[in-house]
Ligand binder design. Structure first.
Ligand code: ADP
Ligand code: MG
Length: 726
């Protein structure tokens, strides 16, 4: 089939699409019955577990007490019984390797008995520890290949659940993945460690205000997930989408997102059907998905859950990504999680709403009702200002990836410069404290607390700045630099670690002043003043997309790490190693191994993309241009033979483009030959500065060809077709 036919078939398939799926019927099974029905949740455990076992497990979950190994036996027995009653034949330890994906290895429950039958087996040992063949997961040198063993260890804090397949179901047990020496090989282990660190530092801090009541201080995440949807026929007609998740070619459509008529518009029927099924599947898994809407770009959408505690939110976000992809297939579509599938059109991010809270205090980022609470709030916010300024390069490095590079710094997503948006009123208060002249905020809508030494706080400053990478939004911060395809674990590990450090810093300083008999309020203000003097320049309430900000940020000395190659080294900077080791979140070795793995991933990524650029340009694009050239040449020749004087500008243009494409390809291939790199860092820098521009040069010529080659000869579905035919 020629490329053109493929396109026609794809379009016909899209326009004739009829779903053979039975519509969901929420009146038959109410969503409240569906919710959590496949989760081994607290309610199920309360019913099935012996009382003391249940109590002990809850203590571990709710107050962070060390797990009593004796509970594993009864829990395993109950889990097995529950899973089998739900039709499960297999169980799997689910883990999150550094590839960013979700990994699982299934084992059957059944073992032969002595009488030719089988019994279902699952015990404490199988629950607590698993041993997947780990040799093919990246370890960044932490595990010599001869010692490939890695272990999965049961994560007691997150519930087990059942996944369904038309042919059966299986039990999934969330686990951490570590090497035989206990090195973290995954995304979850450091998150669990960072959660412990933030709990300890958070409670110590609250204690200064008389608010440590034994409840844990936890971090919460509400990740808003953006994605693209397209018909699978287009997807399969585009090798670049299939292999790289993004288009490496494609001319700008006549109509892009300029009119913004898609944003928050009515959701197309087929897409809505897809969304409803995604939600139903996620309900079953207890994922509290809440909002759905169109996003800015055509074909782009968003799903957001209600926020949850960090570890659970992270597992749930992984489930959201997996479910989006699998349900899209059922509906004849493909879901793209890549950060920038289409050039010239908005990319996809994952806004990570972040807060710290305790069961009794609520969000520590909520301005309170009393002066006392407000001072606590101001101190937490000051600690955040310090953390984000001191470790801004780290925060940039944890969102670095080949895909996200296309987004950060383009004028649609937060810039690669990490700054904080506080909103005007709050910024004013911090400025006043810095100047030692606290008057409170004058603007309307302020919370008057009526104590002269204390500021009036904005209740909910309505201003929303969409251009800031780290924005205060009333009771939380929104970290917007995370990529749509990334695990949210990395960002939270970094945030919790640097926040633990900053809260401890604030506690230390306040304690010193209290010892000198300074009243608490005064001490807090003094500490905030010090933080503002040293770190206040990270606050920026203006337009983050403007060029002026790039200059201003440089003047302020804020790092502007534009690419992954620039950003990754920040992960192993001495001060980062210090803070991660101090809080026992990641050791120097573990950090170095991660940094190495992310470099390798980046290099591999660009390697694949560049190889595909060459392949598609040579075998798909060039042939169609040459065919068109031949057609034009033949026409010109017959016109000439007929004595008709013809000017064939198209022939000249195509001929020139064919020559240019060839030149660009030769240049790219020449650059790709280089292999003798001294280090992976050097290789990454080379790929960024040499390979990517050479790939773009090929694309530019190819996209120009798309604008001139006869449509019935053009092989690849166009942006117009992909984005607008639904
Ligand atoms: P918007 O698009 O206005 O930012 P959304 O409703 O799409 O708002 O997403 C907001 C996200 O922030 C949701 O996941 C929500 O649950 C979450 N969120 C709300 N309050 C908090 C909080 N205190 N801590 C963390 N996340 C929060
Ligand atoms: Mg948001």
């Amino acid at each position: 089939m020629s490329g053109y036919q493929t396109r026609q078939t794809a379009i016909a398939a899209v326009t004739n699409f009829k779903s053979d799926l039975k519509p969901l019927n929420f009146t038959e099974t109410s969503p409240t019955d569906v919710f959590g029905s496949n989760v081994f949740n607290d309610k199920v455990m309360k019913n099935m577990l012996p009382k003391d076992v249940y109590k002990s497990l809850m203590a571990t979950k709710k107050t962070g007490e060390k797990m009593d190994p004796a509970i594993a036996g009864p829990v395993a027995a109950a889990m097995k019984e529950w899973a089998i009653s739900k039709g499960a034949t297999h169980y799997t330890h689910v883990f999150y390797p550094l590839t960013g994906l979700t990994a699982e290895k299934h084992d059957g429950f059944l073992s032969p008995d002595d009488e030719g039958g089988a019994i279902a087996e699952f015990d404490a040992k199988l629950l607590i520890q698993g041993e997947p063949d780990a040799s093919s997961f990246p370890s960044g040198g932490l595990r010599a290949t001869f010692e490939a063993r890695g272990y999965t260890a049961w994560d007691v804090t997150n519930p087990a659940y059942i996944l369904e397949n038309p042919n059966g179901t299986f039990l999934c047990i969330p686990t951490a993945f570590v090497s035989w020496k206990g090195h973290a090989l995954d995304k979850k282990t450091p998150l669990l460690r960072a959660n412990q660190a933030i709990n300890k530092a958070g409670r110590r801090f609250l204690d200064l205000f008389g608010n440590d009541d034994g409840n844990m201080v936890v971090s919460n995440a509400g990740p808003e997930q953006e994605y693209f949807l397209l018909d699978r026929n287009f997807y399969f007609a585009r090798p670049d989408l299939m292999v790289c998740g993004r288009t490496l070619f494609g001319a700008k459509p006549a109509k892009g997102q300029e009119l913004d008529d898609h944003y928050f518009g009515a959701i197309p029927r087929r897409v809505l059907a897809f969304m409803m099924e995604v939600e139903r599947e996620l309900y079953k898994l207890g994922v509290p998905v809440k909002t759905r809407h169109n996003e800015v770009a055509p074909g782009q959408f968003e799903i957001a859950p209600i926020f949850e505690q960090a570890n659970l939110a992270t597992d749930h976000n992984q489930m959201i990504m997996t479910t989006l992809k699998s349900v899209a297939k059922k509906h004849g579509m493909a879901c793209l999680l890549h950060e920038k599938p289409f050039a010239g059109i908005n990319g996809s991010g994952k806004h990570l709403n972040y807060s710290l809270s305790s069961a009794t205090q609520g969000s520590l980022y909520s301005p309170g009702d009393t002066p006392h609470e407000n001072m606590q709030f101001l101190c937490v916010t000051a600690a955040t200002i310090r953390a984000v300024e001191k470790y801004s390069a780290l925060l940039r490095s944890v969102v670095a990836s080949a895909g996200n590079d296309h987004r950060l710094g383009a004028n649609e997503a937060p810039p690669a410069i990490i700054s904080i948006f506080l909103g005007e009123e709050l910024a004013e208060i911090f400025n006043q404290i810095e100047l030692g002249d606290l008057k409170g905020c004058k603007s309307k809508g302020c919370l008057e607390v009526g104590v002269d030494t204390l500021p009036a706080l904005p209740m909910d400053s309505g201003d929303r700045n969409r251009t800031s990478p780290f924005a205060f939004t009333g009771n939380r911060f929104e970290f917007r630099a995370v990529g749509s395809n990334q695990s949210i674990a990395g960002a939270q590990v970094a945030l919790n670690t640097i926040m633990a450090d900053s809260l401890d810093f604030v506690s230390d300083e306040i304690e010193k002043l209290l010892k000198k008999k300074m009243p608490l309020n005064e001490a807090c203000q003094k500490v905030i003043q010090g933080i503002m003097k040293e770190h206040g320049h990270v606050i920026f309430n203006g337009d983050g997309y403007a060029d002026a900000w790039q200059k201003e940020a440089a003047k302020r000395g804020l790092p502007n790490l534009k690419t992954t190659a620039d950003a990754l080294p920040a992960m192993i900077a001495p001060e980062v190693v210090d803070v991660f080791e101090k809080y026992e979140v990641l050791t120097k070795d573990e950090l170095h191994s991660r940094c190495e793995i992310y470099h390798e991933q980046y290099n591999q990524h660009i390697q694949t993309e560049s190889a595909l650029v060459v392949k598609v340009a040579k075998t798909i694009i060039m042939p169609s241009a040459v065919r068109y050239q031949g057609e034009l040449a033949a026409t010109a020749a017959s016109l000439k033979a007929a004595g008709i004087k013809s000017i064939t500008p198209a022939l000249a243009e195509v001929t020139e483009l064919v020559g240019n494409l060839d030149t660009a390809l030769v240049a790219l291939e020449k650059l790709m030959e280089k292999e003798d790199f001294k280090s992976i860092e050097e290789e990454a820098a080379y790929k960024t500065s040499k390979i990517l521009p050479a790939m773009l040069a090929v694309r530019e010529v190819a996209d120009a060809m798309e604008g001139i080659v006869a449509d019935d000869l053009w092989p690849l579905p166009s942006y117009q077709e992909i984005l607008f035919i639904k």
